[in-house]
Design a protein around this ligand. Structure first.
Ligand code: URA
Length: 201
């Protein structure tokens, strides 16, 4: 038999937390979702990235940021010199919220109550991983982390989240939604530049 991979007590605790998240019934979103999507990454990651909620692809895969927004994020991280495998990636809300439309499932923004219910898990992920820096991708994550409404346009950049040092930037889906190619390219460059700052923080 192969020897078990070495695990630290914190890595064990992160695995146990994932198992708890899998059984979450704290709000009704679990009813329609395929499964909960917990965070993933090394338990000793220095940087945690927080998105909004899993999308269609993440709901099916059970992993965060594997769909179109995740692919864009991967490209931007690589360009900024950040190694995805060394980051802890998670979401403010752990279940996919959507509206069925024919065969499609249309993303719906989580409401304040759903974000608040799920903050329980985000707090526990933060307490275990204890990242040096927490990056909020978009307003939902920034709102969950700060406990107030955040305007990404006005407050982009460093922000403290309670005791933790934080940084607010756009969500990669925002870039995907921009209809104009030149705006998309400009905003993508700004996003890569933010991630470059994150790497140096
Ligand atoms: N958008 C998010 O906010 N999180 C994911 O995991 C995927 C898309």
């Amino acid at each position: 038999a192969r020897p078990a991979a070495p695990v630290t007590p914190v890595a064990d605790a992160v695995s146990a937390l994932k198992e708890e998240i899998a059984h979450c019934r704290r709000c009704p979103l679990h009813c329609a979702a395929t499964q909960a999507v917990p965070g993933e990454g090394p338990a000793d990651a220095a940087i945690m990235l927080v998105g909004e909620q899993p999308g269609d692809a993440e709901d099916l895969a059970g992993r965060p940021f594997v769909g179109p927004a995740g692919q864009l994020l991967d490209r931007a991280l690589a360009e900024a010199g950040l190694d995805r495998d060394r980051l802890y990636l998670t979401n403010a809300v752990k279940h996919f919220k959507y509206e069925p439309r024919g065969k499609r499932r249309i993303h719906q923004k989580p409401n304040a109550g759903e974000v608040q219910s799920c903050k329980w898990w985000l707090n526990r992920e933060i307490a275990l991983v204890r990242p040096r820096l927490i990056v909020a991708l978009g307003a939902t994550a920034a709102g969950a982390l700060s406990g107030r409404a955040v305007s990404v346009t006005k407050e982009r950049g460093p922000m403290s989240f309670g005791e933790a040092q934080g940084f607010v930037t756009v969500h990669p889906s925002f870039l995907l939604r921009l209809p104009d190619e030149s705006a998309r390219e400009r905003e993508y460059r700004n996003f890569v530049s933010d991630l470059g700052r994150v790497r140096k923080e």
